[in-house]
Ligand binder design. Structure first.
Ligand code: R5P
Length: 274
């Protein structure tokens, strides 16, 4: 890989551990003001010190993130559809590479929709982006989207999508965790990060998913709702971070979470005495 692409990727996937905690806050590009991202800056800025990179749209980047922030930005550059429109898979490119460079992005992200009516258009969008990314030194993250068809989140479909993304030149891939996830990572020759998906019932579920994904070959997370839709978002991101970078067990992650969320044993004992 060219020096520029390698250098930008190394800002996202931390060389010290070979892992990353990306904070995904791009949901508004098709969901509008999703719960707890209604005022993006209020949600994002307190979490930012604990993330290795931020995944977001250029609108939120320009409007809500101070330009002095020293974090790599992964810019979503696909969209053009909405959750109330006819087809979530009918995305196109929404940002010119020139604007991504102007914003000093560290990578650009595009969704691909394998197996849908818009498969070809999304895959050719990926290859166009890889061509302009390679020409300019910009890594491309392919997101293996499933739209509303959550049933597609199995190892057979996700390994097909991730492998196609890598074959077409994506520099790294974002996908979902699933049963048999090792099949997905072992057949994908570029690094994989996992999305968190819809908010899980408990924080332990999110910790378990993170640990299992890492054990089965993911290089990290690009997590959104399971962090910022939680009542204790700051505790969530720090506990997930400990699993990713410090190899914390899920029990240790829970202790970190409880301590920061004020749910620790000492805090509970103090509360009982009052
Ligand atoms: C889709 O809306 C976006 O690409 C998100 O960045 C992605 O789904 C990750 O966020 P979450 O962890 O909330 O699924």
């Amino acid at each position: 890989m060219d020096w520029g692409i390698t250098n930008r990727l190394a800002r996202i996937i931390r060389p010290e551990t070979g892992r990353t905690v990306m904070l995904a806050v791009d949901h508004g590009y098709f969901l509008g003001p999703i719960h707890r991202l209604e005022r993006p800056a209020e949600t994002i800025l307190p979490l930012l010190p604990h993330a290795d990179a931020l995944m977001l749209t250029r609108g939120v980047l320009r409007a809500c993130i101070p330009p002095e922030v020293d974090k790599p930005m992964v810019l979503r550059v696909s969209g053009g559809v909405s959750v109330v429109g006819p087809a979530l898979s009918d995305e196109g490119l929404t940002v010119a590479m020139e604007d991504a460079v102007r914003l000093n992005a560290s990578a650009v992200a595009i969704s691909i929709f394998v197996g849908t009516d818009h498969e070809r258009q999304s895959l050719l969008g990926l290859t166009d982006l890889v061509d302009t990314g390679n020409a300019i030194g910009m890594p491309v993250l392919a997101v293996t989207a499933v739209g509303k068809e959550l049933a597609k989140r199995d190892a057979r479909y996700l390994s097909l999508s991730c492998r196609i993304a890598a074959e077409l030149g994506a520099h790294f891939v974002k996908t979902y965790y699933c049963e048999g996830f090792e099949k997905v990572t072992s057949s994908c020759p570029v690094p994989c990060v996992i999305a968190g998906g819809p908010k899980l019932e408990t924080e332990m579920d999110a910790f378990r998913m993170t640990r299992d994904a890492l054990e089965q070959g993911a290089v990290g997370v690009d997590m959104g709702r399971n962090i910022w839709q939680h009542d204790h978002a700051l505790a969530m991101i720090q506990a997930v971070r400990a699993i990713v970078h410090a190899k914390a067990t899920i029990a240790e992650a829970k202790d970190i979470f409880d301590g920061i969320a004020g749910r620790g044993r000492a805090t509970k004992a103090r509360a009982r005495k009052r």
